[in-house]
Write a protein that binds this ligand. Structure first.
Ligand SMILES: *Cc1c(COP(=O)(O)O)cnc(C)c1O
Length: 359
């Protein structure tokens, strides 16, 4: 694919952030973005890296009314020796195309998608922070742009990629979070769109998130929509329960987002000698086994935090404290192995890391 690189006069470039350690997630964006359009006649066309700026959309654009929108989230890292790295980007490309199929949107050829991300990141490489735990967040997005108020798949689409430098997720140290188990509202149903990355899932989750925050919890743990019995996932993270040397995570039931971090933790943990199991886990079992001490640790997994220790669960007015609200050894070991691979520090025997070039 030929990508047109729009020149930007030097004086129009933004000043770089001053302290990478203080960057807040998703607030600052780089100088440029990738954009590409689709229509039935031309297919994907007009690929370019242009100045980051506002779009103009017709007020009748399909996405604004019927939410035909999908996205992805991944990161680029700089290793200590100055290599620009990405972690399993082809998995995000495949997942985005799966999301596209579910919402009747056009797929993007895998090679073109990867090329677009790589060229944009290398063009913007001065924006990749280098302090420990920092990275450049990559957000590919696709919208149905056709101006038409009928409900049908749009005939025109916009695909774009924006970049945002992010600071360390754990600003005050690698501390456990407290989680509110939502027993009334649900995030997604089997047969719906909970297993793809579409904005509507997040809109549907806002109210429970707010309720949890008001009660002093940082995240929501969702239960299945039918029986409110089985554990699904946390906000934008999948969840793992540690039973000594065994890791258990809910199986991909159809309403859970299949996280790439989740898949990586499963493979890595097995390689590190832990037993891993994917199965349906009832919230009653979880709470009982936390109380009995058979569940020794709980953690979430997702691109933003990589691994996030859970210190307590709150369900129907009761608190259940995990591992004395301390970060457990298994959580720490998996987190360390995974970030060391991502930052090019540890051996990458799975072939997960992709090198884009040098800083
Ligand atoms: C993106 C996302 C995750 C985590 O997926 P990763 O690929 O590990 O980043 C988990 N749950 C939801 C709802 C998500 O949108």
């Amino acid at each position: 694919m030929k990508i047109y690189l729009e020149p930007i006069p030097e004086r129009e470039l933004k000043p770089l952030f001053e302290d990478a350690g203080k960057l807040i997630f998703g607030r600052i964006f780089t100088d440029r973005m990738f954009t590409m359009k689709y229509n039935a006649e031309k297919g994907w066309h007009d690929a370019k890296i242009e100045k980051y700026k506002s779009f103009s959309l017709d007020p009748a654009a399909c996405v604004l009314h019927y939410s035909q929108e999908i996205f992805e989230g991944l990161k680029a890292y700089v290793s200590e020796d100055g290599r620009v790295l990405m972690f399993r980007p082809e998995e995000n490309v495949r997942r985005m195309n799966r999301s596209a199929r579910r919402l009747c949107m056009p797929e993007i050829p895998e090679e073109d998608f990867l090329q677009a991300m790589k060229e944009l990141i290398m063009t913007e490489k001065r924006w990749i922070p280098r302090a420990p735990g920092t990275s450049l967040y990559v957000r590919p997005t696709m919208l149905g742009t056709e101006a038409f108020l009928g409900v049908h798949p749009a005939a025109e689409y916009l695909f774009y990629i924006i970049l945002s430098p992010v600071g360390p997720y754990f600003k005050d140290g690698f501390n456990p979070v407290s989680i509110y188990v939502e027993d009334t509202l649900v995030r997604a149903v089997v047969g719906g769109v909970g297993d793809i990355k579409t904005g509507g899932n997040y809109a549907a989750s806002l109210m429970a998130g707010l309720k949890a925050k008001e009660k002093g919890f940082s995240q929501v743990l969702w239960l299945d929509a039918k029986e409110h019995k089985y554990v699904e996932e946390v906000g934008a993270m999948n969840i793992f329960f540690v039973y000594g040397d065994q890791l258990v995570t809910p199986s991909l039931s159809g309403s859970i987002l299949p996280g790439i971090t989740r898949a990586s933790v499963l493979e890595l943990a097995a390689d590190m000698g832990y037993r891993v199991e994917e199965r349906a886990i009832a919230i009653d079992e979880v709470l009982e086994e936390i109380s009995s001490g058979r569940i020794t640790e709980v953690f979430g997994s997702g691109t933003a935090a990589v691994v996030s220790p859970v210190g307590s669960l709150h369900y129907k007015g009761q608190n259940y404290v995990v591992n004395n609200n301390q970060v457990g050894e298994v959580t720490k070991a998996i987190y360390t192995r995974l970030i060391d691979i991502q930052y090019g520090k540890a051996e990458d025997k799975f072939g997960w890391v992709c090198e884009l070039g040098r800083i």
